[in-house]
Design a binder for this molecule. Structure first.
Ligand code: NDP
Length: 244
């Protein structure tokens, strides 16, 4: 069944692939962006060109007022959000002794507070409809940690506890909440890492290659689909066997 999906941070990277995948499944997709307005416009144009329905939707998902405005705009252009994908996220890596409070706060805000604000905003309509899918993009760093990413690992581990609590709160109303935890996926986020980090990461991947954004999108597509109705509070790891 065609639904309204909102993907945060969907102008590029994994979010873009998720938006395109959900549109390919027939859903009407809101492509949220913060700074990538032109890129988000291209994603929307591509979806419409392929016969789908999509709209760009601006908003910094760390800000409460911006999130309210985002959900109002999506409701007006496409309808109430039925599938929420909390994808927006940033990294500010550094060893803990040198990690400044700014780096901590920025990552906790973009990667965890954003999911709280968007999920809370989405739940109102989902509870009324007695149907909803909340899918948050975590990371294997939230499962096994990663040196130099204490802030990011804490935020991504936080998403798991958050998701399990939400799954219990709203499960009785036909709403599921799950996490997709990618490993090393080729995007701008990982392109910024040095060659030694890349080589060390690659050695840890059982499948011997990095992942593509589309491979994360396929997992999100499954959790958003009707056959996934009995799956909630779970972490689906898409990492090529990195965190085994
Ligand atoms: P990119 O850096 O390529 O893209 C990040 C996206 O997040 C951009 O679209 C950006 O929007 C958006 N974003 C950041 N902050 C905000 C904000 N405050 N409000 C709205 N949008 C925001 O990252 P990836 O595509 O690689 O990552 C996507 C998700 O997947 C993240 O949650 C990341 O932690 C997670 N992940 C990625 C992995 C990887 O290997 N790449 C591995 C594990 C998890 P804009 O450009 O408009 O500013």
């Amino acid at each position: 069944m065609a639904r309204v999906a909102l993907v945060t941070g969907a102008g590029r990277g994994i979010g873009r692939a998720i938006a395109e995948h959900l549109a390919g499944q027939g859903h009407r997709v809101a492509v949220n962006y913060r700074t990538s307005a032109a890129a988000a416009g291209e994603v929307v144009a591509g979806i419409i060109g392929a016969g789908g329905e999509a709209a760009a939707a601006a908003g910094d998902v760390t800000e409460e007022a911006a999130v309210s405005a985002l959900f109002a705009a999506v409701e007006q252009s496409l309808g109430p959000v039925e599938i929420l994908v909390n994808n927006a996220g940033i990294t500010r890596d550094g060893l803990l002794l040198r990690m400044r409070p700014d780096d901590w706060d920025a990552v906790l805000s973009a990667d965890l507070r954003s999911a709280y604000l968007c999920t809370r905003a989405a739940l109102r309509g989902m509870l009324r409809a007695r149907w909803g899918r909340i899918i948050s993009i975590g990371s294997v760093a939230g499962l096994v940690g990663n040196a130099g990413q204490a802030n990011y690992a804490a935020a991504k581990a936080g998403l798991i506890g958050f998701t399990k609590a939400v799954a219990r709160e709203v499960g009785g109303r036909g709403i599921t909440a799950n996490v997709v935890a990618p490993g090393y996926i080729e995007t701008a986020m990982t392109a910024a890492l040095g060659p030694e980090v890349r080589e060390a990461a690659l050695r840890a991947v059982a499948l011997g290659r990095f992942g593509a954004p589309q491979e994360v999108a396929a997992a999100v597509g499954y959790l958003a689909s009707d056959p996934a109705a009995y799956v909630t509070g779970q972490v689906l790891v898409v990492d090529g066997g990195m965190a085994l």
